[in-house]
Design a protein around this ligand. Structure first.
Ligand SMILES: Nc1ncnc2c1ncn2[C@@H]1O[C@H](COP(=O)(O)OP(=O)(O)O)[C@@H](O)[C@H]1O
Ligand SMILES: CC(C)(COP(=O)(O)O)[C@@H](O)C(=O)NCCC(=O)O
Ligand SMILES: [K+]
Length: 257
């Protein structure tokens, strides 16, 4: 039973076709598309795929984008299912004041990270970092409870905010360095270390709260940009969202059957 996982962020749609809706099911194909190009998926990358028999996605880019994707999916005879964060799913509990208001991508990434952690031995607290359009830094305790998390602007939004709010900051992208001596490097380094600092701070919070050293897992399109500048140990995982979607699909199928 082929399974299509879709993650719609505010910049790009990422998709992956697996042989089955089960954790560790082999990958058949995957791709990513900027949102401005998603209306051509059915005549492009998706045209030659083995038709998916099940689909599960998470979408934070709004209902209009979701509908555009569902239109492309009319190519196949499969219904669209979208994750909504709830108070508990797949072994994780949700500490958000209003659980359904938590971004579904954050919820799915945390479920993926939690199960990845379980496979690596005794439960440890987690800090889950997603570096996309926005950056999120989420904390999970040793019992699998999502404690809460940070949202901050991603690299692009930080730069655009500074450009539009000032007269003298229209400069090309610079390099990350410890002591920037020109405007380009100062901006690029400022954004990068703002993110690295937020992660370091959350690691401190979790260490203090759980009295145990957390594992830090990072994902997202711009994760590789952050990797050289992080001040805490971390693991970079490309497919965390797909892992999470597979995990949820496995749980739901087991419960249904
Ligand atoms: N090849 C790439 N294509 C798109 N974005 C990229 C690429 N490499 C790095 N990025 C960065 O990743 C960010 C988008 O990450 P992504 O995970 O697609 O975000 P979202 O999930 O919010 O759509 C962009 O802000 C950009 O800085
Ligand atoms: C924080 C986000 C904008 C991140 O989006 P992304 O960078 O993945 O495009 C998204 O998870 C979202 O819209 N969340 C809803 C609000 C919340 O999580 O509290
Ligand atoms: K995302």
């Amino acid at each position: 039973m082929t399974f299509l996982a879709i993650d719609i962020g505010n910049t790009r749609l990422k998709w992956a076709l697996h042989t089955a809706p089960h954790r560790d099911a082999p990958l058949l194909a995957q791709g990513a598309e900027f949102l401005e190009n998603i209306d051509r998926l059915a005549e492009g990358d998706w045209a030659g795929l083995a038709p998916p028999q099940r689909m599960l996605g998470c979408a934070v880019a709004g209902d209009a984008v979701k509908r555009r994707v569902e239109e492309q999916m009319e190519l196949w005879d499969v219904s669209a299912h979208w994750v909504v964060a709830s108070s508990a799913e797949a072994g994780l509990t949700n500490g958000y004041d209003y659980p359904a208001r938590l971004g579904s991508d954050r919820w799915v990434a945390m479920i993926g990270a939690w199960h990845r952690g379980l496979k690596q031995g005794a439960p440890r607290p987690l800090v889950v970092v997603m570096v996309g359009t926005a950056v999120t830094v989420d904390a999970i305790d040793t019992h699998g409870k999502f404690l809460g998390g940070l949202i901050l602007p991603g690299h692009g939004i930080m730069l655009r905010a500074l450009e539009s709010g000032t007269a003298g900051l229209h400069v090309p992208t610079g390099n990350v360095c410890e002591f920037p001596t020109n405007t380009s490097d100062a901006l690029t380094s400022g954004g990068t270390y703002a993110i690295a600092g937020a992660v370091e701070r959350m690691v401190q919070h979790v260490r203090q709260h759980c009295r145990m050293e957390p594992r830090c897992i990072m994902t997202g399109g711009a994760g590789w940009k952050m990797a050289p500048s992080m001040s805490v140990p971390f693991e970079l995982v490309d497919n965390l969202l797909f892992d999470g979607l597979l995990e949820i699909a496995s749980y739901r199928l087991a419960r249904a059957g």
